[in-house]
Design a protein around this ligand. Structure first.
Ligand code: NAP
Length: 243
């Protein structure tokens, strides 16, 4: 079994996920680069290794039952356990997403990746996480999923465009995070949601204002929480985010 801490980051071939892998790797951890495309995964692993990071590839499409089970078996065989799971992979879905016009296929596809994908991967990895002394699960959410931020008399101008599939998928993910935290309370597993801020990535056509490394920082922080740290909470760099 690996002496080093072992993490798995889903959707780690680019964007914020890549930087989360780089950030955990910089702590001396062994990092599984979860990615669905063979070429993009290999390129990311190679780039991380060139930067001195102990990275390994994990073929992983979060929408596929069989592939997710295979990913868990690969980590079990190679590492024997998992210390941290970062559920980062997500899609925004086809735009525009006006509620009155949205294509239900778009809503389904976004929920399949952003919500069911997280449940699928988390349940597959939990047996390996339970073998860790300090297991942590970080779900990459977004403040666009915060009902508190989206409601009230004044619309939140920072909440981005109306997005009938993407924004509710993050609200659902927040609720899922709480359900895991409730079931796992009293265990060593800490489960939290993170908002990276508005980051320039493919997800938003690089319109974000923060760098992927800045967006990754909160996930690295929640992945390295001390024992007895918070669970069932939602944070960004500035502190707690309202649900
Ligand atoms: P990104 O650059 O588009 O990266 C998304 C990653 O998810 C890619 O690696 C993508 O892989 C992967 N992915 C998508 N579907 C997948 C699937 N079915 N199986 C496995 N991997 C899959 O987006 P990002 O901005 O870095 O987003 C990372 C996380 O931060 C997401 O959860 C997002 O919702 C959240 N977030 C982002 C922002 C922002 O401003 N960017 C704000 C709030 C929250 P491929 O390369 O194969 O497509």
């Amino acid at each position: 079994m690996s002496e080093r801490k072992v993490a798995l980051v889903t959707g780690a071939n680019k964007g914020i996920g890549y930087e989360i892998a780089a950030g955990l790797g910089a702590l001396g951890w062994r990092v599984g680069v979860g990615a669905r495309d063979d070429g993009r995964r290999a390129a990311a692993v190679q780039r991380l290794r060139a930067a001195g990071i102990d990275a390994f590839g994990v073929p992983l499409d979060v929408t596929e039952d069989v592939g997710v089970s295979a990913a868990a078996r690969l980590i079990e065989r190679q590492e024997g356990r998992l210390d941290v799971l970062v559920n980062n992979a997500a899609i925004s879905g086809a735009m525009p997403q006006q509620p009155t016009e949205v294509d239900l296929a778009t809503v389904r596809a976004v929920l399949e990746t952003n919500v069911l994908g997280v449940i699928r991967v988390t349940n597959a990895m939990l047996p390996l996480l339970r073998r860790s002394a300090s297991p942590r699960i970080v779900n990459m959410s977004s403040s666009v999923g915060s009902l508190a931020r989206q409601s009230g008399p004044e619309p939140d101008r920072t909440a981005g465009p109306v997005a009938m599939a993407y924004a509710p998928s993050k609200t659902f993910l927040n609720a899922v995070t709480l359900q895991y935290a409730r079931e796992l309370s009293g265990t060593d597993v800490l489960v939290n949601a993170a908002c990276p801020g508005y980051v320039a990535t493919d997800l938003n056509g690089f319109r974000g204002v923060r760098t992927p490394a800045q967006g990754a920082a909160i996930a690295v922080e929640l992945a390295t929480l001390p024992d007895g740290g918070p669970t069932g909470r939602f944070f960004d760099d500035a502190g707690p985010v309202p649900w």
